[in-house]
Design a protein around this ligand. Sequence first.
Ligand SMILES: [Fe+2]
Length: 164
Amino acid sequence: MALRTLATRKKLKEGLGLGLGLGLQSVRGLQTFSLPDLPYDYGALEPAIRGEIMQLHHQKHHQTYITNYNKALEQLEAAMAKGDAPTVVKLQSAITFNGGGHVNHSVFWKNLAPVHEGGGEPPKGSLGSAIDTNFGSLEALIQKMNAEGAAVQGSGWVVSNLAV
Ligand SMILES: [Fe+2]
């Protein structure tokens, strides 16, 4: 029981602490996820990102993380009920990977915005200044993020935590 509580509480805190609207649900005492809606239409970011790419990424890619996370939780519950410790341990990586994929995608969607809502332009003001101060330029930040992310499991999610 403690293991299940530990795994799900951590994900809950991560999601709830960021106010991400992660689509939390409770099934048989386990906290599962459902695919949250995007805060804009699939085509709202065109021409920068095509609507069909956004839809594919949201409905297929993001949904797959959620499906696999929820499936791993069900397998965890079954393994714990049987006292199958090796399977409980083995499932931790799937829970972390897929739960992390869900949280990362939820953050990602909220960091994009249509042009009419301020998206599509290089950061200005305090964020633009913080990027220049900490990384030298926006282009240097992009290069650093791409380099750091290339080696990370799950196609390279990198998060910069700047105080602005
Ligand atoms: Fe993705």
